[in-house]
Design a protein around this ligand. Structure first.
Ligand SMILES: Nc1ncnc2c1ncn2[C@@H]1O[C@H](COP(=O)(O)OP(=O)(O)OP(=O)(O)O)[C@@H](O)[C@H]1O
Ligand SMILES: [Mg+2]
Length: 319
């Protein structure tokens, strides 16, 4: 099977005359996509500083989703969330991965010690969202943590009535308290991720700028489409985010160029470069905007926050 045909062409704008790629024999098509034309494909655009808000809520709920592991979902949830909070928005982060990496990345060093997590919120009717909410050290940034308990939910939810709607229902009581809710999904397309997509208004898909970036994206698009058809017709793809980009390598430029060919304007102009400051910040349990506030990485997420807010539909959603 031609993966690019499957992954890109079937679900996105036409890719023109360029022969589609094959991951083994012909990864970038016959017209080698050198990425040399990146600048013309993606003219640089500056987005304004978001205006202060007089009132808060209702929140726009966004799922950070890609079933491929290690593409920057958690890093983007933490740092985009912290950057949006810097602009005076109230932000709630939902750790929806039993690995609990988001909880660790925000200073909850041992999530196993938490009494109440998103698992209890989903499975116990007497646990409310206020019971599981934690403040973080960043002003305006709250967290619903997770730990390994959540891995049982996937199986236990199967027997529930309206099993796909459990997360959305659980979050409803606090929607008016926040401007933005970001849900950090686990690397799978199972029932937990479907819950996140059902609860969400938008999806952000982080894509690591490396060889197999688009592998499996077709399956993700299929899942999103099914959720749109059956569970949540208002769901939209907010954008695709290039992560771990190394501007010095031809390879990364090629990949980014191919992503833009596939998804056009849906690709954020902001790209997150690869830097060791991100893992360092995770170890320190802080967003990069605090850990190394003036770093290029921190500023990249501020740029992304501006772009994300500027692109959202204007409907009282904290934009
Ligand atoms: N821009 C970046 N530069 C360098 N390292 C990064 C960058 N973004 C993320 N990382 C590192 O890459 C690893 C994977 O990132 P992250 O945990 O955010 O991905 P993920 O998609 O959430 O992974 P999983 O699918 O396992 O949940 C982490 O160690 C993180 O610190
Ligand atoms: Mg993660």
């Amino acid at each position: 099977m031609n993966w690019a045909e499957d992954d890109v062409a079937a679900h996105t704008a036409p890719v023109g005359e360029r022969e589609l790629a094959d991951p083994v024999t012909n990864p970038w098509g016959t017209t080698r996509n050198t990425g040399a034309d990146l600048h013309s494909k993606r003219p640089e655009r500056k987005y304004p500083e978001p205006e202060p808000l007089d009132e808060h809520g209702p929140a726009r709920i966004v799922a950070l989703c890609n079933q491929k592991g290690g593409v920057g979902k958690t890093t983007t949830t933490i740092n985009l969330g912290a950057a949006i909070a810097e602009y005076g928005r109230r932000v709630l982060l939902v750790d929806f991965d039993p690995q609990g990496a988001l909880s660790v990345g925000l200073g909850r060093l041992d999530p196993r010690e938490l009494d109440l997590t998103v698992y209890n919120l989903l499975m116990q009717r007497d646990v409310t969202v206020e019971d599981v909410l934690l403040k973080t050290d960043v002003d305006g940034l709250d967290l619903i943590p997770s730990n390994i308990d959540l891995s049982a939910a996937e199986v236990q939810l199967v027997g529930e009535v309206a099993r796909e709607q459990m997360l959305g229902r659980a979050l409803r009581p606090v929607i008016n308290d926040y401007d933005v809710v970001l849900i950090d999904c686990q690397p799978s397309l199972g029932l937990l991720t479907v819950n996140a997509l059902t609860a969400a208004d938008g999806v952000i898909v982080p894509l690591e700028c490396e060889f197999f970036a688009l592998r499996g994206v077709a399956l993700l698009m299929d899942t999103i489409q099914k959720v749109q058809e059956r569970l949540n017709e208002d769901l939209v793809i907010d954008g695709f985010l290039g992560t771990m980009y190394d501007p010095r390598t031809l390879h990364a430029r090629e990949v980014l160029s191919t992503i833009i060919d596939g998804f056009g304007d849906k690709v954020y102009g902001t790209v997150i470069n690869r830097t060791v400051r991100f893992p360092d910040a995770t170890v320190a349990g802080e967003p990069i905007t605090r850990f190394d506030s003036t770093s290029a990485g921190a500023n990249a997420y501020r740029d992304l926050a501006k772009e994300v807010l500027a692109r959202w539909p204007l409907s009282g959603h904290g934009a």
